[in-house]
Design a protein around this ligand. Sequence first.
Ligand code: ADP
Ligand code: MG
Length: 343
Amino acid sequence: MNAATDRPLLEIERLEVQFDTRRGVVRGLRGVDLTIGRGETLAIVGESGSGKSVTAQAVMGLIDVPGRIAGGDIRWKGQSLLTRAGARMAREIRGREIALVFQDPMTSLNPLIRVGTQISEVLRRHLGLNRADADLRVLDLLEAVGIPAPPRRARQYPHELSGGMRQRVMIAMAIACQPELLIADEPTTALDVTIQAQVLELLAGLQESLGLSVLLITHDLGVVAGLCDRVAVMYAGQIVETGRAEDVFERPSHPYTQGLIRSTPRLDDQMERLIAIDGAPPNMLAPPSGCAFRDRCPIAEPRCETPPKLGPSWPEGTVACWRASTDAWAVAAEAAPGMLRVV
Ligand SMILES: Nc1ncnc2c1ncn2[C@@H]1O[C@H](COP(=O)(O)OP(=O)(O)O)[C@@H](O)[C@H]1O
Ligand SMILES: [Mg+2]
C-alpha cells in the first residue's frame, strides 16, 4: 500500500463544537479525535446527549446557528473540510462521497412526493443523469436495499410504506451516488426489534458489497456486536475509549464503558432487566473540570479531578481514565453495587 491509501479516509482532530444559547455556551464537543479507514465500520456509542449526532452533523457540514465549530479539524482524504477556501469542494464531497442516513425517515422524506421520484431527483442532481436513466437506476437501488416489487414501490408515497421500508428507501437514497462513507445516525431506533435486525443486516451487506466505510451511531451497544470493526465510546462531548469491537465488549477499559455494557439488555436475560448507570450525564453548559464521569464513577479518586488524556489501552485501543488497566473491570465489579440500579 502507498501512503495515499494508508491514510484514513476521515480524520477528526481535536474537534470542538459549541452552541451559543441564551443560557450560555453549551460545549457540545470538547476535543473529539476519531479516524475511519477505508472499508471500516466504526460505531460511536454513548448515552443521549454525549455528542454523537453533533459529531455526524459536523462531518456533514450541518452545524447551524446557534452552533459553531470552535476548534479542531475534519479532514477527508487528507484535505480539510473546514477551510473557507475549500468550502465548495467540501460541499461536493458531502453530497457525493459522504452520505447520511437519519434516525427518522418520516421527517427526511417528502410526504408529498413518490419515493421513486425522490431517489430519482438525487441521481439527476448529483450524477447528472437524465430522467429515463435515473428512473431505471431507482429500480436497481430499491432492489439493492431489499425492497420487493420495485416498480410498484417506486410509485408509492412515504406513508404507504412501513417504517422498515421507509428506512430502506433512505438507505437507497444515501447509496445512490455511490458514497465512500455512509454515516447512519441511530438508523434503527424508530423500528421494532425484528425490523431493526433486518436493516442492520442490510447495512452490513452493503458495506461488504460496495466496500463502504460506515459510521454507525447508536445508544444501543446491542446493535454493535458482530457488525462493527471498531467502537468509539463518547461521554460528555469527548471520546473516552476506542478499540476493536470484540476487545471493547470483552474487556472494556473505561468504567463508563463497563457500565454501558452492563446496562445492555442481553438476549439470554430471561428477566429482561435493564440496569442503568446511576446518575445523569453532566450539564454541558458547565462541564465539570477533570474527568467528566467522576461523579458517577465507582472507582473515582482524587487524581480524577485532573482530566485524563486519551492514551493507549491494552491490547490496541485507547482510553481516557487514570485507573484504566486490564483489571479495572474486576475493580469496578467489586464496587458495582453502588453504581448499578435496576429499573
Ligand atoms: N441546536 C443545539 N442547541 C444547543 N445545544 C445543542 C444543540 N444541538 C446539540 N446540542 C447539545 O450538544 C450536546 C450533544 O448533543 P447530541 O450530539 O445531539 O447528543 P447525542 O449523543 O444524543 O446524539 C448535548 O449537550 C446537546 O444538548
Ligand atoms: Mg443523537
